[in-house]
Write a protein that binds this ligand. Sequence first.
Ligand code: ASP
Length: 329
Amino acid sequence: MTSKNWIRRDFLKLSTSLVTAPAFLSACETNAQNSAQSAGRKPIIISTWNHGLDANKVGWEILSTSGSALDAVEKGVMVVESDPKVQTVGLGGFPDREGNVTLDACIMKGDGGCGSVAFLKGIKNPIAVARKVMEETPHIMLVGDGAKKFALAQGFKEENLLTEASKKRYEEWLQKADYKPQINIENHDTISTLALDAAGNLAGACTTSGAAWKMYGRVGDSPLIAAGLFVDDEVGAACATGLGEAVIRTAGSAMVVEMMRQGKSPSEACIEVVERIRRKHKTLKDLQVGFLALNKDGNFGAYSIHKDFTYAVSTDDGHVMDMAPSLFE
Ligand code: ASP
């Protein structure tokens, strides 16, 4: 069910207003054209994976009524965090190998403001806690017990995040107990969202339960500013999904933004960093990473190692899904 044709056909039906796909996709440089050649869209919100559509719909309500990119990305990803059916983010996320659901998230504005939480237990909306870290503390990142203590002091409610469905999958895995962190192959996916609001401000959010069956204490790229997410109003924004270790190793999202700063289009920048990941790894067989990039003019691009990296894009033309071009088809 993941062929490009299926996705285009099915998701075009989801558009809330009349969408002409070619016009809509003109801001997406899937073939690494020069961004300067295409007019970008503003406002715009883009999100990773199929569940990105749910985030976009809520984010778009905010953006289309002159709301901020920051509110759009936060409130958008919260929908996915709160959905127990999504087993890779927030409530209902797959646990680690000891049965604990531990969450990672970060949020960033184009002016450099940012906040992050990692290894957070018992709070289903880590992105909202990350925003509080940004707005209410002199710090950028809180982890583990400290993050939880802060969240509770801010009025967040503690709850059991391990749903029966995820517990069942965990117990099945325990029978096999052959740990291999194959992101996007055995389990996925982080929700990462980028937005440009009508006032020209950029923001991004990234939130995950991380690699299923990970080691207790493992933190991936998603809460790390520069790895899972990076935003700079001077240039653009980028976010990642996939095997966090590979994204951290290449300072993934910050590197995509820096490539755009040097003149590459969003697509070209994503391709360049995926190529770096290729060079740093002996095999890419079980290694999936995908990037989304959005420049300050509202042009976007996407690229992944393996195919099937879908993403949602919303503008005043409606909501559309597409599949990123990839290194391996
Ligand atoms: N990047 C996330 C992590 O490594 C997982 C994912 O995007 O699927 O924790």
